[in-house]
Design a protein around this ligand. Structure first.
Ligand SMILES: N[C@@H](CCC[C@H](N)C(=O)O)C(=O)O
Length: 266
């Protein structure tokens, strides 16, 4: 089986795009096996992309986190899938279906953009003490569960320790959440760190997390509701901007995609 090892701004995936329609595999188990950093290919997630139609271009995308759980939304996985569909079929504008939601994708010269749908926003969802200071987390559903804390200095936080505590907080059970720490980084710019549920680690970037940060930072007056640069651990920023037709509900998230290598699974 051929695969791509591909990353969207540092969020890395094993991408399978030429599967038989009825493959009959235990994909959660395969995700764990392939994503293992020492014994597998190594990735934050496994992405399966199936071509539904060429005219118009429609793909069905399934994403598993590294622990085998299903991701209902993964902005970077969608961006990587759109890049691959552009490379393989020449598509520029694509509809991507993931977990029953249709996302738009646009592949430009140096960036790939996808849409994220914003659901419930709950200010002050949870409070914890970070470095001795009581800190609120707001929640913003961007296709999957995210909480966001606005802090002075994201680098001063033990993102794995605090992220793990919040991710497993009883008030957020049974689903848990992805956990983001965000700070202002100048005019229309944010700096972010994300602890990802399902990877159970800090990842280098997170598309749906960047959108959640945009929503919370807008609500808290850190930025205006227009394009914002979100700096991440990878040093490959994502840009989030409102959709022209549905600026409150739908956000674009865009940035680089890198096809690292391709191979054949044993
Ligand atoms: N990295 C992703 C989000 C992946 C899903 C997440 N781990 C979950 O299970 O909610 C992104 O780029 O959006």
């Amino acid at each position: 089986m051929r695969f791509r090892k591909i990353h969207g701004a540092g969020n890395d995936f094993v991408l399978l795009s030429d599967l038989e329609p009825d493959d009959g595999k235990d994909w959660p188990k395969e995700a764990e096996r392939l994503c293992a950093r020492r014994t597998g290919v190594g990735a934050d997630g496994l992405v399966i992309s199936r071509l539904v139609s060429e005219h118009p271009a429609v793909l069905e995308i399934t994403c598993f986190n590294a622990d085998g759980s299903v991701a209902t939304m993964c902005g970077n996985a969608l961006r990587c899938s759109a890049w691959a569909a552009h490379h393989d079929h020449g598509f520029q504008r694509i509809s991507l279906r993931m977990a029953g939601v249709v996302h738009e994708a646009v592949v430009a010269d140096d960036s790939v953009w996808v849409t994220a749908e914003v659901g419930a926003i709950l200010p002050r969802r949870l409070q914890t003490v970070i470095n001795g200071r009581p800190t609120w987390f707001d929640s913003a559903h961007t296709g999957t569960e995210h909480v966001v804390a606005v802090v002075d200095d994201v680098d001063a936080i033990d993102a794995v320790m605090v992220g793990r505590l919040v991710r497993h907080h009883p008030d957020l059970a049974p689903l848990g959440t992805n956990v983001n720490f965000v700070q202002s980084a100048g005019s229309q710019a944010l700096k972010i760190r994300t602890y990802e549920r399902g990877v159970e680690a800090e990842t280098l970037s997170c598309g749906s997390g960047a959108v959640a940060a945009f929503i919370v930072a807008t609500m808290r007056g850190l930025i205006a509701r227009r394009a914002v640069t979100v700096h991440n651990r990878a040093g490959e920023p994502l840009t989030v901007r409102p959709h022209d037709d549905r600026p409150n509900r739908t956000q674009w998230v865009g940035g680089p995609v890198t096809n690292t290598f391709e191979g054949v699974l044993a």
